[in-house]
Design a protein around this ligand. Structure first.
Ligand SMILES: C[S@@+](CC[C@H](N)C(=O)[O-])C[C@H]1O[C@@H](n2cnc3c(N)ncnc32)[C@H](O)[C@@H]1O
Length: 241
């Protein structure tokens, strides 16, 4: 088969290095084989076997950019009838979530390592009950807005992976990102705003370090909840920037 070159995608994350603590190294060694999923690089793999990954079939929540995983673990612990797949590129955060899964004995959480956009691309259309994007990297400089996760180029892809009635829940403490995200999601025919504008802060969304940092800096927090409507999901991800 001829080798197909995929142009490098614009990354929505900051490349970060950091030494892994012994505790995190231990978590990765012990727990990754049971709870981890490697995201195939763009164009190199098919959809993951979700039933095998979770050992059951249940409505699936995808959390994009789970950071240290505290919100994922807390929400999943209170929602045992749904499965939670957290996707993150930051290895210490992945390792920390593994320790939480182990510590709380969570049967409904798995962790994917890699670019969420590569993962979403290979997930089957209409396979998700919800997508959570909490405090995505804000990329505040105008020349970096193209790196934002919630933007017109990604709205159709993410929307297409939601099942009809499924929800996309985003939260940010950057007002201009909130406005741009709202406009991008409003313009996506597969999605409809579940509220008249911004959503009230839901009690079930745990407070994270990033939210606290924004609140401490005097910034307001904006929640957006969009619902997937029935319709044709044509996006393959091949047209992503
Ligand atoms: C500002 S942090 C917020 C973390 C967490 N949601 C919270 O509220 O504490 C954003 C996270 O998204 C991750 N991220 C950004 N783009 C990503 C992508 N395309 N795939 C996977 N993770 C991504 C970053 O590595 C970072 O950990």
């Amino acid at each position: 088969m001829p080798h197909v070159r995929h142009p490098a995608r614009i990354r929505t994350f900051h490349p970060r290095r950091g030494r892994l603590s012994d505790r995190h190294l231990d978590a990765l060694e012990r727990l990754w084989p049971a709870y981890g999923l490697e995201v195939p690089a763009a164009g190199t793999g098919g959809p993951p076997d979700l039933a095998a990954l979770f050992g059951r079939r249940a409505p699936l929540v995808l959390e994009i950019g789970s950071g240290m995983g505290d919100a994922t673990a807390e929400m999943a612990a209170g929602d045992p009838d749904r499965d939670y797949l957290a996707v993150e590129v930051h290895t210490p955060g992945i390792a920390h979530l593994l320790t939480l899964i182990d510590g709380y004995g969570l049967a409904n959480v798995r962790v994917a390592r890699g670019d969420a956009l590569d993962l979403v691309t290979v997930l089957p259309p209409a396979s998700l009950d919800a997508v959570h994007v909490f405090f995505p990297d804000p990329w505040p400089k105008t020349r970096h807005h193209k790196r934002r996760l919630i933007q017109p180029a990604h709205a159709g892809l993410i929307g297409s992976r939601l099942a009809p009635g499924g929800t996309l829940h985003c939260a940010t403490d950057w007002a201009d990102y909130a406005e741009a995200a709202r406009a991008a999601l409003d313009a996506e025919p597969l999605l409809v705003n579940a509220f008249d504008g911004y959503a009230p802060r839901p009690a079930h969304r745990p407070l994270t370090k990033f939210e606290l940092r924004g609140v401490d800096a005097g910034r307001a927090v904006f929640d957006l909840v969009f619902r997937r409507v029935a319709g044709t999901a044509a996006t393959t991800g091949a047209d992503l920037p």
